[in-house]
Design a protein. Structure first.
Length: 462
């Protein structure tokens, strides 16, 4: 493999205003999940992670996210960096490297004041890790990071990569939440989109998970699929509820350049909006909570990881593994994506950080709003407690605009996104971008193949 040095703007490139945002009432389809972005300024030095934060930290509740950017095949619409492997054996040694990286945070004494809320294994395909590796990582995280109550432990999986015995092992090792990329119960849709699982595999993984008694069984649903209508969408939603899942993430299909042939078969933008509001009404009638866009859950199964990562005031995220993203101690930073490079760097005693951005005070305040919007409710009290200023003082122009369009409401203690506004959640988020972050795109790891840092911070020597 050829490696390349990373230019600061490759990851979150600067683009024209027309390319960066869509103006209401046109919906903005860029999924806002990370903030602040890599806009430059003073070069990021990983040693800053270990120094006192330059900005107030809204919350010390913590997520430990373990990323495994490996898959047995690439789903055609996937925008993430993944490495296609033949079997679990191809990533032997990866879990050991993840644990070594975790211990770097312990060595730097950065975890003692945290409260561990959740451990999340994502990907890629997290279920390419052996259950024993997952157990070892869970045990080490629990040893190193303090916690005050029950920890939500999630493992994402693909229906093709697990069986009853695998799931049984996860349950025995303390995993209490599983999530699967089901996408559809229509075989024609699965085949058209190039997805490898069958309807039978989708059904079996949900049945097995419910039978084993995981506290929460979650699943992803794709809508706005080729030639889909409202009646077909309802049929899909009904199927998820028939299986007794506790949480559903609903994604409007975005095709990749690899799927251009299907573009003429997608429902219109108008139908997409109708489908969105239909899903919202359907879930309300079921009594479910719209935790964040695009996540719905039964009230007893709301995902802690979402609330800690996005809901204002946001907590701390330590990302471990190749390509993992961290938002920790007043900085956003990303690990090197290549698995072999990641393992080599960690085994040399170095923190595998590829690129990052230290928060300015303006970044920290706008981050509270940009990410908080995804969970529809932004606390005025917590903002003032954290930053010593009222939200209205900092964001008066943006708030006035959003209120005039009926996208948010101004209540005594909160600004809330309206039901109308939920469809435009990414439009709303971009209203709160700071000047430095405007016109920068979100980071999607597919661009990062072969990227390496010019140097890595040595935390300890073997």
């Amino acid at each position: 493999m050829k490696f390349k040095s990373l230019k600061q703007n490759i990851f979150t490139p600067l683009v024209s205003t027309d390319e960066w945002c869509k103006k209401y009432p046109e919906v903005d389809r860029e999924y806002i999940w990370s903030y602040p972005l890599q806009y430059g300024g003073k070069p990021f030095n990983p040693i800053d992670i270990f120094r006192s934060s330059d900005v107030p930290l809204p919350s010390l509740d913590a997520v430990v996210y373990i990323h495994t950017p490996a898959c047995l095949f690439r789903c055609p619409m996937c925008p993430f960096y993944v490495e296609v492997v033949k079997s679990r054996k191809d990533i032997m040694g990866y879990a050991k490297a993840v644990i070594k990286e975790l211990h770097m945070y312990k060595k730097a004494n950065l975890t003692k004041n945290l409260n561990l809320n959740t451990i999340y294994f994502g990907g890629g395909t997290a279920t390419l890790l052996y259950p024993e590796d997952i157990k070892e990582i869970i045990d080490e995280v629990k040893k190193i990071i303090p916690n005050k109550g029950e920890i939500e432990i999630t493992v994402e999986g693909h229906p093709c990569t697990v069986d009853y015995n695998y799931l049984s092992s996860l349950k025995a090792y303390g995993v209490n939440r599983v999530s699967f990329g089901i996408q559809s119960f229509d075989q024609n849709t699965l085949s058209k989109l190039g997805l490898k699982q069958t309807v039978e595999q989708n059904e079996k993984v949900l049945k097995d998970s419910i039978k084993l008694g995981f506290k929460t069984v979650a699943a992803d649903l794709l809508y706005r699929t080729p030639n889909q209508d409202i009646k077909q969408l309802k049929k899909q939603l009904d199927r998820f509820f028939e299986f007794g899942v506790h949480s559903i993430s609903t994604y409007s299909l975005e095709l990749s350049i690899r799927q251009g042939i299907l573009s003429k078969q997608l429902p219109s933008e108008e139908m997409d909006q109708k489908m969105f509001y239909f899903i919202n009404d359907y879930m309300k009638k079921k009594g479910w909570v719209h935790t964040a866009q695009p996540d719905y859950a039964h009230k007893d199964h709301v995902q802690k990881e979402i609330l800690t990562t996005w809901k204002a005031p946001q907590g701390q995220t330590i990302g471990l593994g190749a390509g993992a993203c961290s938002s920790f101690n007043g900085a956003n930073y990303y690990n090197v994506h290549d698995i072999e490079e990641y393992i080599n760097v960690v085994n040399e005693g170095c923190l595998p950080v590829l690129i990052g951005q230290k928060f300015s005070l303006e970044d920290a305040m706008s981050r509270y709003m940009v990410l908080g919007t995804r969970c529809f409710e932004i606390s005025k009290v917590e903002f003032e407690k954290c930053f010593g200023k009222k939200i209205e003082e900092i964001f008066s122009k943006s708030l006035s605009y959003l209120l005039s369009k009926g996208l948010i409401t101004n209540e005594e203690k909160y600004f809330k996104v309206t039901d109308k506004g939920k469809y435009y959640v990414d439009n709303i988020s971009k209203q709160f971008y700071s000047n430095n972050n405007r016109n920068h795109l979100q980071p999607w790891g597919e661009k990062m193949k072969g990227a390496v840092a010019s140097s890595y911070l040595c935390v300890y020597e073997e």
